[in-house]
Design a protein around this ligand. Structure first.
Ligand code: KE4
Length: 421
């Protein structure tokens, strides 16, 4: 397919932006290609700058659960923007969105809006430390929670599994209080609590890991974390930036029955506009300024346009819970087809689907890392030629949006059948 315009734009972009992108994964480095520049989108379709059409499984990395350019969202934003874009002051719409979440998600008694998932998780960790008076945090290898220093950490060596910086510019000091456990391995978490008695402020976890491909929690894993945190006096932070409002309105906490102390949101809560949020029990959330000593702030937090996009999106999801049945049906249809075509491991939960180019089970980061990334590159490129747009990385999820039909899924499966070697 012709991608001249994307190539021209990329050459310009590289002269003014690092790597020509505003987020590294968009540079297509892991698939060794010039990235596509997307011009417009509607429903589950996107069009690149050369006019090529694709069925979209990225959906802006999750926010576009209703499909792109939802008519109701666009109409509401168009009307709202006539009254101004941002005031940096209290406004009714932020109250309305907060009320919608608090009234419909029992474990969220108070919520604070921010502007990204990174801000949400960074702030939740700070609250956990401020609330418990403890310094250390536990994260899981292969889970991604945004780019704040203390979370850009990979597993260190040795039983203590202290973190090592996973990025230049993150100091050893910033990583020193981050302990790294193995996903779906409760014993690795117990060892950290045993090795750091009374020092761990929180455990932060993706309830369904979706940044190493899709790795659902093993039976009892999340319940085990809940029990451990309660016993040890640490907070359980469930990072629902991807799963929130996607697996159910109440996210994975609702669909998997887990009670967090704090929960973080992003992506869908903004309906495509920059919104993150963190929330939880009133007693814990009132630790944050101005009711408590933990500081957190943001110029554009809760701005009326972003709140409008989030409100309309969440109201539509709340009004029609059958959308979650539909999303899961499409996910199951896609996963079954991919298993039959490829003979590979496909993990699926709701509208999150992860194809791993291995025939072995994938239950951890170590398992996921064994997948054939070379073969993925050929698959990615072949699918683009067939008009199917998946994430340019084997360690991301396929995101199904509400407009997907059985015919769309079957068209995608036909493309995989044609490309699969
Ligand atoms: P943002 O700061 O990118 O809004 O959110 C960070 C974040 C936090 N928690 C989870 C579970 C996440 O998946 C993310 C961000 N997700 C990636 C895609 N897997 C964002 C895409 C990108 O980095 O460009």
């Amino acid at each position: 397919m012709k991608t001249t315009r994307s190539s021209e734009l990329f050459e310009r972009a590289k002269l003014v932006m690092p790597g020509g992108v505003n987020s590294p994964v968009r540079a297509y480095r892991s698939v060794g290609m010039t990235p596509l520049f997307i011009e417009r989108a509607k429903g589950n379709r996107i069009w690149d700058a050369d006019g090529n059409e694709y069925i979209d499984f990225v959906g802006s990395w999750g926010p576009m659960i209703l499909g792109h350019a939802d008519d109701d969202v666009l109409a509401a934003i168009g009307e709202r923007m006539q009254k101004g874009l941002s005031f940096g002051a209290c406004a009714e719409l932020e109250v309305e969105l907060a009320e919608l979440v608090v009234e419909n998600i029992p474990h969220v008694e108070r919520i604070r809006m921010v502007n990204s998932g990174t801000e949400a998780t960074m702030s939740a960790l700070r609250i956990a430390r401020g609330y418990t008076g403890r310094n250390k945090i536990v994260k899981f290898e292969g889970c991604y929670h945004g780019h704040s220093d203390g979370l850009l950490v990979k597993a260190g060596s040795g039983a203590m599994t202290f973190g090592n910086p996973d990025s230049a510019g993150v100091t050893k000091g910033a990583a020193a209080d981050t302990l790294v456990a193995s996903y779906n391995d409760l014993d690795s978490v117990k060892a950290l609590f045993a090795g750091n008695p009374g020092e761990i402020a929180c455990v932060i976890v993706e309830p369904v890991a979706a940044n190493m491909g899709v790795v659902p929690p093993a039976e009892g894993f999340l319940a085990g974390l809940r029990e451990l945190c309660t016993k040890e006096g640490a907070l359980l932070i469930i990072d629902e930036v991807i799963t929130g409002f996607r697996l159910a309105f109440g996210g994975a906490c609702q669909s998997l029955g887990i009670e967090p102390d704090l929960v973080t949101y992003g992506k869908i809560i903004g309906g495509g506009m920059p919104v993150g949020a963190y929330g939880g029990k009133k007693e814990i959330m009132e630790t944050v300024s101005p009711t408590g000593p933990v500081y957190q702030a943001g110029t554009l937090s809760g701005n009326p346009i972003a709140m409008t996009a989030g409100l309309v999106t969440l109201k539509k999801l709340l009004a029609d819970p059958s959308v979650y049945v539909h999303l899961n049906d499409m996910g199951e249809r896609l996963a079954a087809g991919l298993r039959e075509i490829t003979g590979c491991t496909v993990n699926q939960i709701g509208s999150l689907v992860g194809l791993f180019l291995t025939d072995q089970p994938v239950r951890s980061y170590a398992d996921a890392a064994k997948a054939d990334t070379e073969k993925f590159t050929a698959l990615f490129r072949g699918l683009l030629e067939e008009g199917v747009y998946i994430a340019p990385s084997p360690f991301e999820s396929m995101f199904i949006s509400a407009p997907f039909t059985e015919a769309d899924v079957d068209q995608v499966l036909a493309a995989y059948r044609k490309v699969w070697k």
